[in-house]
Design a protein around this ligand. Structure first.
Ligand code: ZN
Length: 566
């Protein structure tokens, strides 16, 4: 029996008023809090002798339920360190140089695959294949942008994929071209990127396992112990199962299989089979209960689906990936197979289509505990705000994005105009409507550090403090509620808020905890990102410091201001 007593700090149980001063954990499970914890520890000491109870002095710090990340991409993030170091490069020349160096150091690689470059480094995000040809003329180079929906490739990659002037515009994608019709080197959305991705060797499963380990450590260092992988392909399931078997998956993870609008009917039996393999592995860390849909693109790129046209256009409503009717059918089919749905919906039209689809699935398939997710929910029509709670839809939102950064003021606001711009990221309104708000980061699209997101949720300010009164100040959340959206809210999304779950310090819950050096409620919210995390516990076991993996790359969070898209 392992017994740990935490004292001499604040133990915040995860609800508004739930603060106490002591916590007793037995075999990784919360046993008691407060005076009861002290009394029981003393009794155990008496029976089993001194030393039976390990004591952790919180040194005036703050112990809270650890975080979950309701929407992230651990494999993408972890794989960035496997290729050329282009994350954080601040010019095209720097990227090309990094690619050149990496290619020279890896002469045996048949292709140079990397991520993720800052798409705002070239006007309109248009990158030329010739710039890469200069560094690597003979092998294909394939780089993903930091939105992960865009690729920049060299001429050899285009040639191998057979993409040339005669290639028609793909369904669900676009190929920017030169005046003579030949492809420029930038490919947008899957319809286009798949053309090249299909002829490039995938990262081998060992690389994906390394990526998962690296990503898991990144999360542990930020107090995160559960992650929703919001885009899983079949090959990734092998990597997850191998990681679990090798004890190389550092955090709890739920998989969401990516639903391709062009072939969901073939995919659904594959998802069912993959889910069965994960269940058979019987790991407490891994589940696969979710299917991910994209209802639209992003507003910054003009592909977020809007009810009213984009500003300065007459008819452009953005991109409805499935269309309302097909989305409803698809969601119903996936729901009937017992999956939780996780729908990327950014524009108000996409959010409405997603809500309609979920409503349709519930009506056709009948009542059950389905916990559907709408991820991002950036722009919600006022009429639809009240629909989340009665449908049980969990808005999984990215608080870090709710700030007036360059991407918001230069790309989003001009496209939406003032009225719609002032309707974005209505965190508090959704919470007050009774919806179960959960938070996620979308790492590596933006920083995976919950402290940064919570700071924005609690201030609606940039790191520089703009604007002074906060952007849309009615939507500011108290720090406790922001912490709860990142813990209890995500636990609800993960079906983990019941017996034996996590996301709250309550008897019977797993001791998934984060220990801050000081009370995040007592520091100015903008300074929250600098509050030190002293320890992260998963099932009662301290996981920090994480030891560096061999050939571990430096995982940098991209510059948030530079992210043009999600
Ligand atoms: Zn995402």
């Amino acid at each position: 029996m392992t017994v740990t007593l935490f004292t001499s700090g604040t133990v915040w149980t995860g609800t508004d008023d739930g603060a106490t001063t002591a916590l007793l954990v037995i075999d990784g499970v919360v046993a008691e809090t407060g005076l009861g914890a002290l009394a029981r520890a003393a009794a155990i000491d008496e029976v089993r002798g001194p030393g039976a109870v390990e004591r952790v002095d919180l040194e005036g710090g703050f112990l809270a339920p650890s975080f979950g990340d309701g929407h992230a991409h651990p494999i993408f993030g972890g794989l960035e360190a496997e290729g050329p170091a282009i994350t954080g490069c601040s010019s095209v020349a720097e990227i090309v140089e990094a690619v050149r160096r990496f290619a020279a150091e890896h002469p045996q690689l048949p292709a140079i695959v990397g991520a993720s470059y800052d798409a705002s480094l070239a006007p309109d995000g248009l990158f030329d294949a010739r710039w890469l040809d200069e560094a690597v003329p003979d092998r294909p180079v394939v780089l993903r942008a930091n939105d992960y929906h865009t690729m920049w490739v060299n001429s050899r990659a285009l040639e191998l994929a057979g993409v040339d002037a005669s290639t028609p515009e793909p369904e669900l994608g676009s190929i920017p071209r030169r005046d003579d019709g030949s492809p420029l080197g930038t490919l947008r959305e899957w319809g286009a990127t798949d053309l090249v991705a299909g002829v490039i060797p995938d990262h081998p499963v060992e690389a994906r396992v390394r990526a998962l380990t690296r990503a898991g450590r990144y999360f542990l260092e930020r107090g995160v112990t559960w992650v929703q992988d919001a885009w899983v392909e079949p090959a990734d399931v092998d990597a997850y199962l191998e990681a679990v078997a090798a004890d190389a998956l550092p955090v709890r993870t739920n998989l969401a299989f990516y639903a391709d609008p062009r072939r969901l009917h073939e995919q659904l039996p594959e998802f069912v089979a993959a889910r069965a393999r994960v269940v058979a592995a019987r790991s407490p860390l891994l589940s696969a209960r979710t299917v991910k849909f994209f209802a639209d693109g992003v507003i910054e790129g003009g592909t977020g689906a809007l009810l009213e046209p984009y500003c300065a256009t007459l008819h452009d409503h953005g991109l409805s990936v499935w269309g309302a009717e097909r989305l409803a059918e698809a969601v119903q089919a996936v729901d009937a197979a017992g999956f939780q749905v996780h729908i990327h919906a950014i524009g108000d039209r996409a959010v409405r289509e997603a809500l309609d689809a979920i409503e349709h699935a519930a009506r056709v398939n009948g009542a059950r505990d389905r916990r559907p997710v709408i991820a991002h929910a950036q722009l919600v029509d006022p009429v639809d705000l009240a629909r989340f709670a009665p449908l049980g839809v969990i808005p999984v939102m990215q608080p870090l994005w709710a700030q007036l950064d360059a991407s918001m003021t230069e790309l989003t606001m001009p496209r939406l105009g003032p009225e719609r711009s002032a309707q974005q990221y209505r965190l508090r309104t959704l919470l007050q409507s009774g919806a179960r708000l959960a938070f996620g980061s979308d790492w590596p699209v933006s920083s995976g550090d919950p402290r940064e997101g919570i700071a924005v949720a609690a201030t609606r300010q940039t790191p520089e403090g703009d604007p002074a009164e906060g952007w849309m100040p009615d939507e500011i959340l108290p720090v406790e509620l922001a912490l709860a959206a990142y813990s209890a809210g995500v636990a609800h999304q993960a079906f983990a808020d019941g017996e034996g779950g996590w996301g709250g310090i309550r008897p019977g819950a797993s001791a998934d905890l984060v220990w801050f050096a000081s009370d995040p409620r007592r520091v100015p919210a903008r300074e929250l990102p600098s509050v030190t995390i002293r320890q992260t516990y998963l099932a009662g076991i301290p996981r920090l410091p994480v030891t560096a993996a061999p050939a571990d790359g430096d995982l940098r969070a991209p510059d948030d201001d530079a992210s043009p898209a999600r």
